[in-house]
Design a protein around this ligand. Sequence first.
Ligand SMILES: NC(=O)c1ccc[n+]([C@@H]2O[C@H](COP(=O)([O-])OP(=O)(O)OC[C@H]3O[C@@H](n4cnc5c(N)ncnc54)[C@H](O)[C@@H]3O)[C@@H](O)[C@H]2O)c1
Length: 443
Amino acid sequence: MNSRTFSRRQFLTTILATSVAPAFVRAQAGRKLNVAIIGCGGRGAGNLAEIAGAGENIVALCDVNANNLAAAAKKYPGAKTFSDFRKLYDEFKDFDAVAVSTAEHTHSFATLPALRMKKHVYCEKPLTHNVWETRKIREAAKAAGVATQMGTQIHALKNYRRVVELVQSGAIGGVTECHVWVSRAWGLQSEEAAKRNHDIVFVTDRPKEAQTPPAHFDWDLFLGPAMERPFHEVYFPGPKWYRWWDFGSGTMSDLGSHWNDLPFWALKLDAPTTIEAAGGPAHAELAPATMSATYEYGPRAGMPACKLTWHQGELRPALWNEKKIPQWGDGVLFVGDKGMLLADYNKHVLLPEEKFVDFKRPAPTIPDSIGHHKEWLEAAKNGGPTTCNFDYSGGLTEANHLGNVAYRVGKKINWDSAKLECPGTPEAAKFLKREYRKGWELI
Ligand SMILES: NC(=O)c1ccc[n+]([C@@H]2O[C@H](COP(=O)([O-])OP(=O)(O)OC[C@H]3O[C@@H](n4cnc5c(N)ncnc54)[C@H](O)[C@@H]3O)[C@@H](O)[C@H]2O)c1
């Protein structure tokens, strides 16, 4: 290595190591990113493979499950290992970016310090555990000016792009109604329904007995900000914890992140004006297998007011039940004044089909994605856009959480997005925000 290269490297290392280095300084470096991975098993393993596969350096690994940590460390022996992400942030600052794939109730705790340190952040869906946390993360991301991306990788596929173009070009006219349905029925339900719906665990209340956590698993760190409770196998690993309000937000926020993303994008949605859910009464600890939530949106950017209904588990829209549309297991149906458009992750069809036989679809206007993870990595290096940055995905996440808020309150709520409150329904406040275990405040 000649002295010129060495001094340039030294210079860059010094600049890059400072936690306040703005994104553009890193961009000039044109080098590989140093990435920290928080949550290395489950979905985290997939994110890790995507990031390493894109050629970036994996410099730190963190997991509360020692087996998952060891498996990742074997593949990336040069990376420093941690079980507590707070220690990672305290002790190891020399990285550019972080990917967070922990359980939902720790997402904000693992992303907020990174944003404050001006690190680029990829965070799994749902971005946060509740509405208040989401707003905090959106604001922190805006202030940081770094590259952010939520893990809604379906957004990067071509199919969603073509649907957005069709809706926004007016192919089915003004859209005043939209239905989203997902057939996954996991969560609180009868034993018979759990069997029928192939649920992964059957539980109707917090277990009374305590079990000893596996030796390789740090239950206390997994709990993190959640109130203390004894370990039980009904909680861990994912997707078992998704149904417990203390750790997840049920299917509404989980799969809503992927499925409501399409109407959110196509119909330029942001904050709803009202939300009303059905399927209750709500359980204090467990999210339901089956529920629905109807959102009202005012007119936006040349689009008429619109009602969006989320149908989850065993519920379907009336048009589906009446067999007036194809019987897809999951779908998004846009109802316009000139026709309908039915879509899922990979395909779409204009309805009624006979009306659209000679339809000439608009030329594509939305460029293809270079890949969901690659968008983020490229933005971190060269400042390009990310399509699911924390502002866009934060709006989507807030809306999904609000479906749960309406469900848990058990009545129609009005939403004041600027004030972050439900006017006339003060009892909703406890579902917009939560209390944290002592020592885990999100400041
Ligand atoms: N984008 C997708 O298609 C997709 C698919 C599945 C899951 N997910 C999301 O990914 C996230 C993880 O879900 P999962 O099913 O893989 O869960 P999981 O329980 O398997 O956890 C993932 C990994 O994170 C570790 N972990 C958990 N809490 C941690 C903490 N506090 N600190 C460090 N490591 C921790 C776990 O030990 C595990 O190795 C969730 O937000 C989930 O919604 C996204």
